[in-house]
Design a protein around this ligand. Sequence first.
Ligand SMILES: *Cc1c(COP(=O)(O)O)cnc(C)c1O
Length: 372
Amino acid sequence: MRTRAVHAGRDDLADLGVHAVPLDLSTTYPSRDSRDEARRIDVFATGAVDPGTPIYGRISNPTVERFEEALAELEGFDQAVAFASGMAAVSACLLACVAKGKPHVVAVRPVYGSTDHVLSSGLLGTEVTWASPESLAAALRPETGLVFVETPANPTLREVDIAALAEACGEVPLLVDNTFATPVLQQPGRHGAGLVLHSATKFLGGHGDVMGGVVACGAEEAARLRQIRFATGGILHPLAAYLLLRGLSTLPLRVAAASATAAELVTRLRAHPRVRAVHYPALGGPLVAFEIDGDPHAVIGSVRLATPAVSLGSVDTLIQHPASISHRIVGEEDRHDAGITDQLLRMSVGLEDVEDLWNDLEQALKTSWRAC
Ligand SMILES: *Cc1c(COP(=O)(O)O)cnc(C)c1O
């Protein structure tokens, strides 16, 4: 994984005589041969990829294609399609269901707050049935276009058995949002998922300075997603693709280091008298969710090293209160049913020294029980 994370999408650079990934910012590509342009437009209209020069920035971009190639390889798929954000990727997958005439989606809670919202509201013309892994097979209908799951899930870190779920799906494609695990810890495609989605904004970028989304899948699904991306315009900026490729190079190292620190913090949190429950995936990883006896808002207000902010997957540790921020948009009852209690805090562990993080957490926890 480490080798391919550094080289995937970049294997041709030495032969090109360049070291850094070429960043192509062109919005349009001049050509004196409009007959050939016509032929290539016809190819692109089907969602296929033409190996020739690009035509227009909303159709394709060479730097973005490098990122897509790299991510597809790391997730073990033939292709990947990159978007302007994780939610642009989610939306394209839902629009693909509608376009296929299969607008029914079965989903397992919890999922990311905005994903929950776009599914619950039916904003894009889909209809959702919320199911448990056990009731999933019974929820499928002839017009079911997709089964949607996150594992480990945002924000409770609840895990599902991807292989068992894929089997229960039968012919219906299973989409796994793999943002939390990253391909370093889990490659859902190897367990039967047909589509693997990332908010690239999180671990793939890894430095809190780039937004993006990506779906790894087979050639047929990729063609449909490219058609939708061309029509709706939710493309990844080439500079974002450049930064995401840079992020991929260190992804395995960042995930390994942050996971080791997270595991140590989990041990200490479990032994803390004011911590009611600690949720940590069997898979490991840099994310920790924990419920405290005291006031969670006081913890957010008192951390001095950890960054009190929504989002995750950055080099610095981020902590947030899901009921107030990431899952605020989900109704209170649905939130509680999904295990997102008001006492729950979600922490994305970064690359700081573990002792510094623990000192910060401990003093913040002290203020939280003084506050109640
Ligand atoms: C953040 C997130 C998203 C949405 O991604 P954006 O890049 O913010 O649009 C989707 N799924 C999960 C699990 C996330 O954490």
